[in-house]
Ligand binder design. Sequence first.
Ligand code: G3H
Length: 286
Amino acid sequence: MPQSLGKKIRLSRLLDPKSGRGFCIAFDHALQLGPCPGLETPEATLDQMAEAGVDAVILPLGSARHYGPRLAANRGPGLILRLDQTTMWREGTPLAYPDGHTRLVASVDDAVAAGAEAVITYCFFAPNDPALETAAIRDNAAVNAEARAAGMIHIVETMGARSAKAVDIHDGEFVRFHVRIGIELGADVIKTDWPGSVAALRRIVGESPVPVMLAGGPGSGSDRGTLELVHGIIGAGAAGILFGRSIFQAREPLAVMKACRAIIHAGASVDEAIDGAGFARRPEAA
Ligand SMILES: O=C[C@H](O)COP(=O)(O)O
């Protein structure tokens, strides 16, 4: 099925059409975690993203309404609207539902009205209750149909449900399994977990007809560790990253953003990226 013009144009704003690479930041955590660290001054952080040349940012509807005008004022980054909410991530929050729940809280129409380049939805696999997986797949299929009609890019975030069955969410074969299902659900772009090794990621990317981007997780606490991970992801042939906490909770978020951009879009080594990013304190390995 040929890609619609709307999808083509929107995708070109997320991923450089020449290299196929993109540098995006997840900044939707308040919808899942409440007022988590790093979200205290969203407009200033969005300004830093624009300064660093971040291609697109994931925002929930509320943040898009309140802080989205910064994206217009700065002519970037592009907007990826988060359509679903989950209480699955419970670290440090008062929410205590069983894992794997998601529910749609915004629509493709909202994304069109907001001038978004893309919508993103979670698709969690292997929760304790199979009904949750069924609902997630149904919601993803419905969003995908709306996105097709609207020429909107649909990023499917396929992931293993956290703290559920005894599944290693970074197991390469497990990630490969749910990425393929995401592709078959019609994803234009996949966002997924690190599959444990560069070799496992290379295989997944090699098999995928759509760009594969990686989530960051809570981070190792080391900015150099974050940059080494980004370098490994790009080296494996992935389209880029959609990292959140390991960037906006970094000691020097702006410098980390600039260094990520250099690795993703300029082919820099980790040391070259650090040298050019203006760190006040040079990040060392953890
Ligand atoms: O959309 C939210 C992300 O999946 C979480 O991002 P992160 O794990 O890199 O903080």
